[in-house]
Design a protein around this ligand. Structure first.
Ligand SMILES: [Zn+2]
Length: 401
């Protein structure tokens, strides 16, 4: 891999705050923001007023599920989550392309769109056991110069309802998973207290955070959210727990919503949304107003769960903002934060900004300002990792394989 150049200046850049500057980069960091007319030397790229954003963060993907790189697989779906789990296992066995090759392809797809940090849930079940995790730990290592990858041990087939489920998750955390997942304590395990007991016990034992998929609907889902918040506070895990999807928050009475959001905020339990099309959507503005951290993720990208998705986080927050009525400039800033500061905070990655002293992990977008960058999600002109240009106009500049 090419070493980072000694220095690089991005001239005539539009910063997120709307002002123009030259972004001077040295040693992988933003060394100085100088006025546009200032004298600069060394290697320079004239951005001609293009917007520079901090790196994008995808708070929820499934690298091991994608079908990218295979012949098109017709979507089958199913009437329930267990049905769809069965379909996925059958599809998984029919593929010729390896999981590693498909995951690498997806990783490269997201990097060229400016995603330089992501959280991937990884299936842990009684068939594949730790196989996917071990492969993705290697992929994480291979790509560490380009992207910060966090792996979540995800019990796609259940925890207490799966024989040996808790032991597999324990082993996954010992093997190096960064975080522990969960899945519908009621809908999958029919055992709310049992699943949560296992998850919180293992999180405390291994000193990791939790990120629980929760599709359970309505009052049932809201009850589970409040139990998660209570257990988070009881175990002192404030700020280390997230719930992905939480469809229930978009489908309960105002009184239930208010009571539940207040408990989530007090326990610092964050909520991830991908802007689901057919499900109720957690109300982003109301949650943020209630003090809940909301962040964004792609979730499924062309896999057995959905034929849609392209891994573009600007496109994702545009979609979420559209669904949630985020329209003023302040609300477009809120949408951008779902994939920048909020997501970085939840994942525990440094929230990189376009400021002196920060790592030069940057995305250059052809837009007038950050608001248009969210509203239109235009193509990425450059992606810069630690001061090195790694992608230009959607093409990765280095062979990573
Ligand atoms: Zn998911």
């Amino acid at each position: 891999m090419e070493p980072a150049p000694e220095s690089l200046t991005l001239a005539h850049a539009k910063l997120p705050n709307g002002t123009f500057a030259n972004i001077e980069i040295a040693g992988g960091l933003i060394s100085r923001l100088s006025p546009p007319g200032a004298t600069i030397g060394g290697r320079t790229i004239d951005l001609a007023g293009a917007v520079v954003l901090p790196r994008l963060v995808d708070g929820h993907v499934h690298l091991d599920k994608t079908l990218l790189g295979t012949d098109w697989v017709a979507h089958v779906g199913g009437d329930s989550v267990p049905d769809r789990i069965r379909v996925e296992k059958a599809v998984r066995k029919s593929l010729r392309e390896s999981m590693e090759a498909r995951a690498q392809k997806l990783l490269e797809r997201v990097i060229v769109q400016g995603t330089l940090a992501l959280r991937s849930h990884v299936d842990i079940d009684d068939e594949i056991k730790l196989g996917h995790l071990e492969s993705l730990l290697q992929l994480k290592q291979r790509n560490s110069a380009l992207v910060d990858l966090q792996l979540v041990a995800f019990p796609q087939s259940g925890v207490t309802s799966l024989k040996g489920g808790a032991e597999l998750l324990d082993a996954a955390l010992t093997a190096g998973a960064d975080c522990l997942g969960g899945l519908d304590p009621a809908g999958i395990d029919s055992d709310i207290e049992g699943q949560l007991e296992v998850l919180f016990r293992l999180a405390v034992k291994h000193e990791v955070g939790l990120d629980i998929h929760l599709h359970d609907p309505g009052e049932l889902g809201a009850y589970e959210l409040r139990r998660i918040a209570e257990k988070t506070r009881a175990e002192g895990l404030e700020g280390k727990v997230a719930v992905s999807h939480a469809y229930a928050l978009g489908a309960v009475r105002d009184a239930t919503f208010g009571h539940t959001a207040e408990q989530l905020a007090r326990a610092q339990v964050a909520i991830m949304t991908n802007g689901p099309g057919t499900e109720s959507l957690p109300p982003v503005k109301r949650l943020i107003a209630a003090g809940v951290t909301v962040f964004a993720g792609s979730d499924n990208i062309q896999d057995s769960w959905s034929p849609y998705g392209d891994g573009d986080m600007l496109g994702r927050v545009r979609h979420i903002g559209f669904l949630c009525g985020l329209q003023t400039d302040a609300e477009l800033n809120m949408a951008l934060a779902l994939t920048t500061t909020n997501a970085a905070l939840v994942l525990g990655f440094a929230a990189v900004g376009v400021r002196e002293g920060e790592p030069a992990d940057l995305v250059v977008v052809r837009a007038q300002n950050v608001h248009e960058a969210v509203a239109a999600a235009p193509p990425r002109q450059l992606v810069i990792r630690a001061g090195r240009v790694v992608a230009r106009d959607g093409v990765l500049l280095e062979d990573l394989r």
